[in-house]
Design a protein around this ligand. Structure first.
Ligand code: ARG
Length: 471
């Protein structure tokens, strides 16, 4: 221990309080502290410190004995935290100072040397990046688990016909498998976006120190290697100040939630008896305390609702960053809660969703009946006439009249007599009835991306090739 009386630390004093004449008020202490939420970064903070200390020792900036002491102290701190023995103190502000103070209590001067060539500014930026990198990896594997669930449902329903909608009005018949695979595509892009975002997250800020770098002969590339970062941040001011990587992640998260929210909205509609397309397993629904008949789709409703908070966090982070002068500002302390909540909300949602998809029961007859009710094959009749040489706009007009007639008669186009159809165009012949069936319509859209079962099957095969089958 250093015995210089001028340097004897009063334990109740702030680490940085040397130049201050009065303590902060209790309110200011509570207002400025982040330890209540940033203690979640503990493991990353320790990893970062160990890598930094190892580099300092390798560079001869601290001794090998100091490094050993730091390593042993950190191990004990990890144990204390795991066993819930660690005492977190608000007066020590944040996770960084709490750990450093405890380390110093445990190993003395070696603990005080750990912060050589480092600042909390590059330290916290490193911690968040390590946290987010881990979160991204977990989220990607959860998305893939959900995609597995989607694929197996889609595979069972390649030939199941549902009405495809535009404006939520019956448009054209589609394969239910095709409909589900639309979400597979969205989630695939979500995985790609996260994978790309991860590259920009995975850059090392340490070495930037407070803002300008440090005068010690550090080796940033070595720290990057120890922490498995792809590269070091190339500008010290940028390294400590920007949170664009977190904003980018939040944007990815908001899009994922938006996709899940759309699916949720469909599940909610489809569970309504007016649609009656699907049932969700009871474990994802709740009843009403007053209306005994109710089975409410709470889980998809909450997914839709929680999308609001994830979108809100994105806006919070953008607003937090906007207009901050270079370099670090305390504003950035506010990045953590939105980020943590985004990660938690998203991981819970994805987990629930994969499970929920496994319990979807599909009412094929109702879907089919619904497709038959909305003149879903009217476009097919128009296309039939076009193939006979009638210009599309005229064909459109002819079919509109036919639909009006069928509507008055109260039946589907396919249920009209041939002579009734021929009132609208003499080009219509008896081969029209194959065209007007739901299967005829669906099977005819037989090109990449179309709803013909052959194409849906091909899309599923492609999806399987993209998604590792075993995880
Ligand atoms: N708790 C702070 C944060 O989350 C750590 C960095 C504080 N740096 C400083 N110079 N006060 O951003």
């Amino acid at each position: 221990m250093n015995n210089d009386p001028a340097l004897q630390q009063d334990d109740t004093k702030k680490t940085w309080s040397g130049r201050f004449n009065e303590p902060v008020s209790a309110l200011v202490e509570r207002y400025t502290a982040s330890v209540s939420f940033d203690q979640r970064l503990t493991e990353y903070d320790i990893q970062g410190s160990l890598a930094h200390a190892q580099m300092l020792a390798e560079q001869g900036i601290i001794s090998a004995a100091d490094l050993t002491a730091i390593q042993q102290g950190m191990q004990q701190i990890r144990d204390e935290i795991r066993n819930h023995q660690f005492v977190w103190l608000q007066e020590l502000e944040d996770v960084h100072l709490n750990i450093e103070k405890r380390l110093t209590a445990l190993v003395g001067d070696a603990g005080k040397r750990l912060h050589t060539g480092r600042s909390r500014n590059d330290q916290v930026a490193t911690d968040i990046r390590l946290f987010l990198r881990t979160a991204i990896d977990e989220i990607i594997s959860l998305i893939k688990a959900m995609q597995h669930a989607l694929l197996s449902l889609a595979e069972q329903h390649i030939h199941t016909i549902m009405p495809g909608f535009t404006h939520l009005q019956v448009a054209q018949p589609v394969s239910f498998g095709h409909h589900l695979m639309a979400y597979f595509e969205m989630l695939k892009r979500d995985v790609e976006r996260l994978t790309d975002c991860r590259k920009r997250v995975n850059q090392l800020p340490l070495g930037a120190a407070a803002l300008a770098g440090t005068s010690y002969p550090i080796n940033r590339e070595r720290v990057a290697q120890l922490l498995d970062f792809e590269a070091v941040c190339q500008n010290s001011l940028d390294a400590v100040s920007d949170r664009d990587f977190a904003i980018e992640f939040s944007a990815c998260a908001a899009l994922i939630m938006t996709h899940l929210s759309r699916m949720s909205e469909e599940f909610i509609l489809w569970m309504n008896p007016a649609f009656g397309f699907i049932q969700l397993a009871d474990r994802f629904c709740t009843g009403s305390s007053i209306m005994p008949q109710k089975k409410n789709p709470d889980v998809p409703e909450l997914v839709r609702g929680k999308t609001g908070r994830v979108n809100g966090h994105l806006v919070a982070l953008l607003t937090l960053m906007k207009a901050q002068p270079l370099a670090y500002n305390k504003d950035n302390q506010e990045d953590k809660e939105p980020l943590f909540d985004t990660v938690d909300t998203l991981t819970d949602t994805l987990r629930i969703y994969a499970d929920m998809l496994g319990g979807v029961r599909v009412n094929q007859e109702t879907m089919r009946a619904s497709a038959l009710r909305g003149y879903a094959t009217a476009t097919d009749l128009a296309d039939y006439l076009v193939k006979k040489g009638i210009p599309f706009r005229d064909a459109h007009e002819i079919v509109a009249k036919a639909v009006q007639f069928a509507e008055q008669k109260g039946c589907d186009l396919s249920k009209l007599e041939l002579n009734e159809l021929q009132q609208f165009s003499i080009q219509i012949e008896s081969d029209i009835f194959a065209v007007l069936t739901l299967e005829g319509s669906m099977n005819s859209r037989n090109h990449t991306g179309g709803t013909a079962p052959e194409q849906v099957q091909a899309a599923i095969q492609k999806a399987k090739a993209w998604l590792p089958w075993k995880m």
